[in-house]
Design a protein around this ligand. Structure first.
Ligand code: SF4
Length: 265
């Protein structure tokens, strides 16, 4: 089966969790299909057709080409990150890709929206690490993702709760908008498992960063970037309330693919 691919990123990115502290570099396999349609998507999600769920710039590629890419990148010492779009939509091919990595002793990470608990867990059982998006509290997450509350909240929480029982290293990612409140994050904090890292990523528009990944979105007027100080203040207050999060909150102040703004609290 051919798989929709946004791109295979040969140069790699730094991992957003402590492996980056060891100088590890991930190469990306980006799956060009997604069943969410986030208003803030930097991968063109806002412009994809609802019928095909295909990100507009995706090309099709054979699974053997993905294996060749993995071989080539790991020979250069890179780790592999399967991202999206939504990797669990290429089902069951994603399991083959993850298993290929494991069979070849390649460290592999997978990003998912967590929309499908069963699939997310099946992938997590193979992966060395996983990342899931906790995109916001129920009061606005459906509006942001333009999908049902069941997919973007109920199933995501189920996925996180199930993951908490698996040993896979887990990263949970939350975009911070200028309307995000401490109450919103306090609510979300209750769902962060004890062993997970929580990445708070400052939402950034493509107008602010012309290098943003594949973005050609026109954002609604109310979706604007918060100040750096706003994100810092939220994280600081959060730690006052949840001191056990100390050492597990990671702030991404910029687009991770351009300026790598990483602060670990
Ligand atoms: S889940 Fe990710 S890839 Fe899909 S529309 Fe949202 S931000 Fe874009």
């Amino acid at each position: 089966m051919d798989i929709p691919i946004i791109e295979l990123v040969a140069e790699g990115i730094k991992c957003r969790i402590p492996l980056s502290k060891q100088g590890k570099i991930f190469s990306l396999v980006n799956i060009g299909i997604c069943n969410f349609n986030c208003l803030y998507c930097c991968k063109g999600g806002n412009a994809k057709t609802k019928s095909s769920h295909l990100l507009p710039c995706a090309n099709y590629i054979g699974i053997d080409d993905i294996y060749s890419f993995i071989d080539q990148q790991t020979q250069e010492g890179h780790l592999i990150k399967i991202s999206g779009g939504e990797p669990t939509l290429i089902w069951p091919d994603i399991l083959d890709i993850m298993s290929y990595c494991k069979k070849n002793k390649v460290y592999v990470s997978c990003d998912t929206s967590g929309w499908n608990t069963e699939r997310s867990i099946a992938v997590a059982e193979i992966a060395d690490q996983m990342a899931i998006d906790l995109k916001g509290p129920p009061k606005y997450v459906s509006k942001i993702t333009q999908t049902s509350l069941e997919l973007c909240w109920t199933n995501v929480i189920k996925s996180i709760e199930t993951w908490a029982k698996i040993t896979t290293l887990l990263e949970i990612r939350t975009p911070i908008f200028n309307f995000t409140t401490l109450d919103d994050l306090t609510l979300l904090a209750q769902y962060i498992p004890q062993k997970a890292f929580w990445v708070l990523r400052r939402f950034i528009t493509s107008e602010e960063d012309s290098n943003i990944f594949l973005s050609h979105n026109k954002y609604p007027d109310w979706l604007i970037s918060p100040e750096h100080s706003f994100v810092n203040a939220l994280a600081t207050e959060l730690l006052n309330i949840f001191p056990d999060l100390y050492g597990r909150i990671i702030l991404l102040q910029e687009n991770p693919r351009s300026t790598y703004g990483e602060i670990i609290y």
